[in-house]
Write a protein that binds this ligand. Structure first.
Ligand SMILES: NC(=O)c1ccc[n+]([C@@H]2O[C@H](COP(=O)([O-])OP(=O)(O)OC[C@H]3O[C@@H](n4cnc5c(N)ncnc54)[C@H](O)[C@@H]3O)[C@@H](O)[C@H]2O)c1
Length: 332
């Protein structure tokens, strides 16, 4: 059955917007129609690059009836209000991570999706990668026996220039947090997705190196609903930057993920995977070292859900889980 083509607009024409534009361009059931930014120059350059319309303002984009859905790629502190405005204008929404900076704003966004009967997906593109899906299935099949430890390590590096070149990264108001709320939220989302809900037993957050308002080093001890214990370590001042590692360790088997690849897989005492042969793509020390293809898979899921053909995989509830745990880690 041929799907209705969804027309997209992009708000915020910075680094991640390129990935959205390329993802939309790769899908036969999606079309990028225009872009807006509070910097007219950025909007103009972006619109020119992708041969689409430049809107004078977000309001103009939202009042364009040809736009079905909006990708929100603005600094994190704007996400909740940008999403609510789009939903109130009758648009579906692709909302970059984090969904919002606090639970109160998450609730406002959820209310707006319900009141307007629109769909919103929070970007968590790594959930669409092959090995992550495989581990999810293995956990659901109880392939690891009783799970004892679920650990997440994200010792990343971001340079002084990385923070200095941005007017919002590292600020409390617009980034909402540091190594966890920004760079580490993908890992937190994956940990909760794979291992289930958890509560925070204790945490320590520090601004250890960078001249920023938020943490650049964090460590927490957790207890999962399934009884497992675990730790989360996150940093943006760990030179030279190390690949993200997730370990799910059980009584009958274990899995270790490095970035989005299974590095070690043992089931029923038998080693099925031992080592990674291909080169790993990851953002441990380069925020742009990723591909648009996983974004495309997530957008495709939204389009399928809008067309009533599949379930929306990362809705508001799923998209809010990592933010809520990080809030707990921050003690907010
Ligand atoms: N999913 C991922 O892997 C991933 C990767 C990078 C960034 N992100 C997220 O994407 C968002 C944007 O990050 P980025 O690195 O592209 O930032 P950026 O600074 O490169 O771009 C932000 C853009 O938004 C514009 N902008 C700022 N305030 C605005 C407003 N009020 N209205 C309209 N436009 C506004 C800026 O002019 C700029 O063009 C962040 O929330 C970040 O967490 C996600």
């Amino acid at each position: 059955m041929s799907q209705k083509v969804l027309n997209f607009g992009i708000l915020g024409c910075g680094a991640i917007a390129d990935f959205h534009a390329k993802a939309i361009g790769s899908l036969s059931n999606a079309k990028l129609v225009g872009a807006a930014d509070n910097s007219p120059l950025r909007a103009e350059q972006f619109a020119e690059k992708y041969s689409v319309k430049k809107y004078e303002s977000y309001e103009k984009m939202l009042s364009d009836e040809s736009v079905d859905a909006v990708c929100i790629c603005t600094p994190s502190g704007f996400h909740a209000q940008n999403a609510i405005d789009a939903l109130n204008a009758g648009k579906h929404v692709v909302l970059e991570k984090p969904m919002a900076l606090n639970s109160a704003d998450i609730e406002r966004v959820i209310t707006a999706t319900k009141e307007n009967n629109r769909l919103l997906t929070v970007i968590s593109q790594l959930r669409f990668s092959k090995d992550i899906k495989r581990v999810k299935e293995l956990v659901e099949q109880n392939a690891f026996g009783k799970i004892v430890f679920c650990d997440l390590y994200m010792k990343y590096w971001r340079s002084v220039e990385y923070y200095a070149s941005s007017d919002w990264k590292g600020t409390l108001k617009f980034d909402g947090g540091g190594a966890l709320m920004n760079q580490g939220i993908h890992g937190v989302d994956l940990l909760l997705y794979l291992a289930g809900d958890a509560k925070v037993l204790c945490s320590k957050n520090k601004t250890a190196f960078h001249d920023i308002e938020v943490e650049d080093a964090s460590v927490s001890m957790l207890e999962f609903k399934n009884g497992a214990m675990g730790v989360i370590e996150g940093s943006t001042c760990a030179c030279p930057g190390f690949e993200r590692k997730i370990e799910i360790i059980g009584t009958e088997g274990s899995v270790i993920l490095r970035e989005n690849k299974i590095e070690k897989l043992v089931i029923a005492g038998e080693t099925l995977i031992d080592g990674i042969t291909e080169e790993l793509a990851g953002t441990a020390n380069d925020p742009t070292a990723m591909s648009y293809e996983l974004h495309a898979l997530q957008l495709n899921n939204l389009i399928g859900a809008v067309n009533g053909e599949e379930e929306l995989l990362i809705d508001c509830v799923e998209g809010s889980r990592a933010v809520k745990l990080i809030e707990e880690i921050y003690g907010r």
